[in-house]
Design a protein around this ligand. Structure first.
Ligand code: HEC
Ligand code: HEC
Length: 331
């Protein structure tokens, strides 16, 4: 493959390469034969007349033969190399070698070497595999390569990107091998429509936000929460009457203390007004089904490992007071 935009450039580059090599050969040949002219004084002592450090003189001899032959060998080598391998414009070389084919062959070799291992892994369910340390080690590397830019290298996510160490209750979908494999293969679209029209005034939105906060026992104003309860009926279709969510729709549980899109009145009012389209791109183009099976097992091994942390609201925790400064004792 070549990146030349026009066939002319290929010939141009090839011509420059060949002419430079031939020019080197010519220069060598001449340097091996000719002597520097003796100079104005018509020097008879076979020196060039250059003197350094008072008495160091340069002899006027041609290059030693063996030395010149070494140079000629490099020229022959260069021409041979260019005949065999790509290097002259877009000429592929008689070996038809290319980096891409070389890389593909490497990948193919690796696939063949790993095939028996993957066959063993895919024979197990994702849940079973999530206890196999060899699979987890491979899955972790894939996770770091393909998932960590969004979900974090420890899988704890960030605002908008789910924390995969959560327990079952805080997951968008069911915590099952099928859900994880399907999510990785096909991607996901979490979609909540803008709902402000169904709720009404700014005051009603604020009240509803406090009702939503009350569902998880988060800090809220009780009077506003009571006033906002009625508006929640327009949310119940997706989030459930009790706000516990609906995994089939991907509508999150609002009664846990995990806030994917931010904690507090402002964040909740904003999501009611603007809705949300949260996309995870499909990974099937980057990972084979066997690799997805293994990385899914790794994800399953992460799930639940962060449950204990959920006692405090995650993501955008309310501002905590500045830590007390320990005075430095005088010696
Ligand atoms: C470009 C960012 C991005 C990448 C890369 C990405 N994800 Fe996601 N992932 C997301 C987003 C955003 C969501 C939430 C989608 C939603 O709201 O429905 C998500 C959701 C998920 C879920 C569902 C979580 C739940 O609570 O149900 C799983 C499992 C998951 N990702 C695993 C992975 C794995 C494994 C990889 C790597 C192979 C990966 N993701 C790569 C952005 C990403
Ligand atoms: C059509 C279904 C649907 C309706 C109706 C709906 N939601 Fe949602 N809501 C969703 C989905 C899906 C998400 C998750 C988006 C994502 O995957 O990131 C969500 C996310 C949220 C979140 C963010 C949760 C978090 O963890 O950060 C809040 C808060 C929320 N909705 C509140 C409401 C309120 C209040 C109403 C009623 C006014 C409402 N929703 C109506 C589907 C819906």
């Amino acid at each position: 493959m070549s990146d030349f935009t026009h066939g002319f450039w290929s010939w141009y580059v090839a011509a420059i390469s060949l002419v430079s090599i031939l020019a080197c050969a010519l220069l060598l040949w001449l340097a091996g034969k000719a002597r520097v002219p003796a100079g104005e004084a018509g020097r008879q002592d076979n020196t060039t007349g250059h003197v350094w450090d008072e008495d160091l003189r340069e002899y006027n001899n041609p290059l030693p033969r063996w030395w010149m032959w070494l140079f000629i060998l490099t020229v022959v080598f260069a021409l041979g190399y260019l005949a065999l391998f790509p290097g002259l414009g877009s000429f592929q070389g008689s070996q038809r070698w290319s980096q891409v084919a070389d890389h593909d062959a490497d990948v193919q070799r690796m696939r063949q070497a790993l095939a028996p291992l993957y066959a063993e892994f895919t024979a197990k369910s994702v849940a079973e595999l999530s206890k196999d340390p060899r699979a987890l080690a491979m899955g972790e590397r894939q996770f770091l390569n393909h998932c960590s830019q969004c979900h974090g290298s420890d899988g704890r996510g960030s605002k908008g990107f789910p924390n995969l160490t959560n327990g079952q209750a805080a997951w968008l979908g069911p915590l099952s091998g099928e859900h994880i494999v399907q999510t990785i293969t096909q991607g996901r679209l979490g979609m909540m429509p803008p709902m402000a029209a169904a709720v009404g005034s700014e005051a009603a939105l604020s009240d509803l936000a406090h009702y939503v906060l009350s569902l998880s026992g988060s800090p809220h104003k009780p009077i506003k929460a009571v006033a906002g309860k009625a508006s929640f009926s327009s949310c119940a279709a997706c989030h459930g009457v009790d706000g516990k969510g609906n995994k089939a729709l991907g509508a999150p549980n609002l009664s846990d203390n995990y806030w994917l899109h931010g904690w507090g009145e402002e964040a909740i009012v904003s999501i009611i007004k603007n809705g949300k389209n949260n996309v995870m791109p499909a990974q099937s183009g980057k990972l084979s089904p066997e690799q997805i099976h293994v990385v899914a097992a790794y994800v399953m091994s992460l799930s639940g490992s962060g449950v204990a942390e959920l006692a405090q609201p995650e993501v955008l925790k309310p501002a905590s007071p500045a830590p007390a400064v320990t005075p430095i004792k005088a010696p």
